[in-house]
Ligand binder design. Structure first.
Ligand code: ZN
Length: 549
């Protein structure tokens, strides 16, 4: 039998993340996996090979692993972009940021004029009123866009939704006496048009084109998401809170299985509208449907909301501006129930906690579950975990938990955290990467795309520099080195997904997944890490240029 062909890629420099051989010039690939990284003479020992010079002037790193993103980023580009900052779409076009609520309304009015039937709904995404002063967005704002069609706009956080009067009417909510913690009422006793948390959002979502179940099954969106991954050097990306109905799973298996699909997708089943028994059973069954490029069988649960939306749960003394405390998304009995069963069945659970009270709750629940169901190497991960203090990191280390922190917040909301949400002192310790590492907590960092744009090098820049949009530096003692930051977006994230044996470094036996860079992240000034130019990726040995066909 003739052995499969070997390709040896020559590069300017290969940063392997393998401590036994941190740098190399060549990497040999066979059957989509790495035979070795080293000098050509050494790799030639594997047998006849083809030398590929495509990357001779480029820098290779392990393909980036985005440990917290959502394939919905691909879907959202079908709606009107209303975010505060300029943003690149999957085709490479940059959409300008909206500078005011007036700007947001104007853009929706423009989009409205493109629609046909007067009852067709209109949706937008990326809204973030915190940039526009104290005023909340209300239904009257979007009544200026239309009174005949439902208009709905998802906030950047993904945790709040604003709609117009028509949308409330269609959802049966335009009446007095609505009594729901996620549905604030105006002076007239009617809902203001703001819907907080998954329950309230789901009631209205379907009427404005944000039907979560349908979003889960968006084939075009998944393809757009994959394009964004290639642009950012990502070869393994999480889709962290999918409901994973059967038809979505078949679609994802089919699309990711295509010869030209460039990303390994790790999709977590969101814990919602099921009992702990049901969700863990479902995860166990989903695991058997995993393929090389579609990994299933893990669970994501939400403990609270978002800090900038004031729906996160904070410990005393709460929000700096005096806003009331946020929302609990999942009751503690259910969290403990999921943890216990998942530990028993070997199912991985990642939990969203933003506020430190939510983090404390997750720690209490896991500590209780571990008493009943001791487990080694569970790698349960707190996602965001933005306000955790040193004591909480020490407790996480003791319980065997990982943290996936969110340094993109420093740039996107750091000024708002400093001035409004948590105040100067706590803003300095948000996303405490250095404390996490010093405490021995396995660390990943993330974008939470579409909450902020997918881009591990930007996220790494955030962890290294902690710079806000206005140029403040939030907490220099929590800055980490470029080398540590690069580790968090490769092996660090792979560890939290239990994939570190397969991806995250360039060494013998692992998948041939590379990020192909024009600039060397270890040679440039750390302040410019976010500006490293990306050629594209290699996934499973197959090259994918970002600007290719
Ligand atoms: Zn998320």
């Amino acid at each position: 039998m003739t052995p499969s062909p070997i390709t040896i890629f020559r590069a300017r420099r290969i940063l392997t993340m393998n401590p036994a051989r941190p740098e190399a010039t060549h990497v040999a690939v066979r059957e989509g996996r790495i035979l070795g990284a080293g000098p050509l003479e050494e790799l030639a020992g594997w047998g006849t090979y083809t030398l590929d010079d495509t990357f001779a002037d480029k820098v290779l790193m392990p393909g980036f692993v985005e440990g917290h993103s959502h394939a919905a980023e691909g879907t959202f580009w079908r709606y009107t972009y209303l975010g505060r900052f300029d943003r690149m779409d999957p085709e490479g076009k940059v959409w300008p940021g909206a500078q005011s609520i007036e700007d947001v309304v104007t853009r929706l009015q423009e989009a409205e004029r493109q629609l046909g039937s007067p009852t067709e709904s209109l949706a937008g995404w990326g809204l973030d009123p915190i940039y526009y002063g104290d005023r909340r967005v209300v239904r009257a704002d979007f009544d200026r866009v239309s009174t005949t069609r439902a208009v709905g706009v998802m906030h950047a956080s993904g945790h709040i939704f604003n709609v117009n009067t028509r949308a409330l009417e269609l959802a049966g909510l335009l009446r007095p006496g609505v009594n729901h913690p996620g549905i604030p009422l105006g002076a007239d006793g009617l809902p203001t048009g703001e819907l907080k948390g998954p329950e309230a959002m789901t009631i209205v979502g379907a009427h404005v084109g944000f039907d979560r179940e349908a979003l889960a099954n968006d084939e075009a969106g998944l393809r757009r998401f994959a394009k964004l991954c290639v642009r950012q050097g990502v070869t393994t990306a999480t889709d962290l809170a999918n409901l994973l109905p059967d038809d979505a799973v078949s679609m994802m298996a089919r699309v990711t299985g295509e010869a030209g699909f460039p990303v390994r997708i790790v999709s977590f089943r969101r814990f919602q509208a099921l009992t702990p028994e049901q969700v863990v059973d479902m995860a166990v069954k989903l695991k058997t449907k995993s393929t090389d490029r579609l990994r299933l069988g893990a669970i994501k649960l939400f403990v609270d909301g978002s800090i900038q939306g004031f729906s996160a749960r904070l410990r005393w003394p709460g929000y700096y501006n005096g806003a009331p405390n946020g929302l609990w998304y999942t009751p503690p009995e259910a969290i403990t129930g999921v943890y216990k069963l998942a530990l028993e069945k070997g199912v991985l659970v990642h939990s969203h906690t933003n506020g430190d009270q939510a983090t404390e709750m997750a720690l209490d629940c896991l500590e209780g579950a571990l008493l009943d169901q001791p487990a080694r190497d569970h790698r349960f991960t707190l996602q965001h975990c933005q306000l955790a203090d040193a004591a909480q990191f020490r407790r996480m280390a003791r319980l065997g938990m990982c943290a996936n922190l969110f340094p993109n917040h420093h740039f996107y909301w750091g000024d708002q955290h400093y001035e409004t949400t948590v105040g100067p002192e706590r803003a300095m310790r948000m996303n405490a990467c250095a404390t996490a590492l010093a405490s021995g907590v396995p660390l990943a960092i993330h974008s939470d795309a579409p909450v902020t744009p997918l881009g591990p090098l930007f996220t790494a820049w955030g962890a290294v520099n902690r710079r806000t949009a206005s140029g403040r530096v939030l907490g220099t003692t929590e800055c980490i080195s470029v080398a540590d930051a690069l580790r968090t977006i490769t092996l660090g994230a792979a560890w939290t997904l239990k994939l570190d044996g397969e991806v995250g470094s360039i060494e013998c036996g692992k998948r041939a997944d590379f990020a192909v860079l024009e600039d060397d992240p270890l040679e440039i000034a750390p302040e410019t890490l976010k500006d490293v130019r990306i050629w594209g990726t290699v996934q499973g040995g197959r090259p994918f240029p970002a600007n290719g066909a």
